[in-house]
Design a protein around this ligand. Structure first.
Ligand code: GDD
Ligand code: MG
Length: 342
């Protein structure tokens, strides 16, 4: 799934080139890293990418550059969130009478330990073959309100999901953290295509109908799979979490402790990046003197900082961000102001 806009990573992440297409953590981009972490996983077909049609050449070129071949690139004429994006993948997968397992991944996550990730996927296969909608659960570190929370029941490897709550408010998130039996939803899933489609039919039939019609006139053009625009736009705009995961009784959770991060903001990028002795992440042409715990990045000019602590400075050709590291969630307020000005 490569449809997010990554607004909190402005000014690096932009509408025409959102974060999944940027080399934010190392020298390769996040979507390239997503494809790379599949190497070594058994019984896997080539990845199917679902993205906005305006990003088709970015996807094709970034796959080609690293020698990856997608099995297809489904082009959405508009963003309708992840429930329809996954429905398109599932409908495409079952069209020749097949019913494969779908490993649903976000194109913009970091996973540090590939071996542990592979082990979790292999463990999840058993539950998915048995008809479960498997989500990978992360031990929560703080009362994040931007994530889904899973109340996990008993089980050694795959655990029963007693409740799934998408994006609770701060007080609820804190109570989940205190309770101890809750995990974050990583936003990665494994299930049989038909099982997802059945649950979508039950809870959001409008999404399924719109996607079915949009794919009815599916016409391949090289690797690109184009949709009927009018039909697809009829789909409600809803995430898989609200549409299916909160409602289904077929959810199962496999815990994952592999250094996962969705790098939603500059501070979470700081968290997962290699740092110097003073705790600074410096990317590009950057000089520091008595600077600590900061994220400093430059693409076009030399950036120099003196005597500051816990600061984020991101320089690009046409914009410069300076923010306190504990306030970077609010970068999206700047993006809203920019949108209003346009
Ligand atoms: N193709 C496509 N089309 N992909 C999309 C679309 C869309 O319309 N909208 C989002 N995506 C992709 C994003 O690029 C990202 O890779 C993934 O789907 C998840 O979307 P986000 O918008 O980043 O979701 P979120 O972060 O608010 O919440 C989800 O992820 C959290 C973990 O990072 C939920 O699954 C939460 O429950 C979860 O905790
Ligand atoms: Mg996200």
């Amino acid at each position: 799934m490569s449809g997010g806009s990554g607004t909190r990573l402005w000014p690096a992440s932009r509408g025409h080139c959102p974060k999944q297409f940027l080399p934010l953590v190392n020298e390769t981009t996040m979507i390239q890293d997503t494809a790379a972490r599949l190497a070594g996983l058994g019984s896997l077909a080539e990845p199917l990418v679902i993205c906005n049609e305006s990003h088709r050449f970015l996807v094709a070129e970034q796959f080609r550059a690293e020698g990856y071949k997608p099995s297809g690139i489904i082009l959405e004429p508009a963003g309708r969130n992840t429930a329809p994006a996954v429905a398109l993948a599932a409908l495409h997968a079952v069209k020749d009478g097949n019913d494969p397992l779908l490993l649903v991944l976000a194109a913009d996550h970091v996973i540090q330990d590939h071996e542990i990730f592979h082990r979790a996927v292999d463990q999840a296969r058993l539950a998915a073959v048995a008809g479960g909608l498997v989500t990978f659960g992360i031990v929560p570190a703080h009362p994040e309100t931007g994530y889904g929370y899973i109340k996990a029941g008993e089980g050694e490897v795959s655990r029963e999901v007693k409740a799934f709550v998408e994006k609770p408010d701060r007080a609820t998130a804190q109570s989940y953290l205190d309770a101890g039996c809750y995990f974050w939803n990583s936003g990665m899933f494994l299930f049989r295509a038909s099982v997802y489609l059945e649950e979508l039919q039950k809870f959001q039939p409008e999404v399924l109908n719109a996607c079915r019609q949009a794919l009815a006139s599916e016409h391949p053009d090289l690797d690109f799979i184009r949709l009927d625009e009018e039909a697809f736009k009829q789909s409600p705009d809803i995430s898989i979490d609200y549409a299916v995961m909160e409602k289904t009784d077929r959810a199962v959770m496999v815990p994952l402790d592999a250094g996962w991060s969705d790098v939603g903001s500059w501070s979470s990028l700081w968290d997962v990046s290699p740092k110097d002795a003073a705790g600074n992440v410096c990317r590009g042409d950057v000089l520091t003197h008595e600077v600590s715990d900061s994220y400093l990045s430059s693409t076009d000019r030399l950036v120099a900082a003196v005597g500051v602590d816990s600061l984020v400075v991101v320089e690009t050709a046409d914009a410069l961000l300076v923010a306190a590291k504990d306030r970077v969630q609010d970068v999206k307020a700047i993006v809203s102001q920019l949108k209003q000005q346009q």
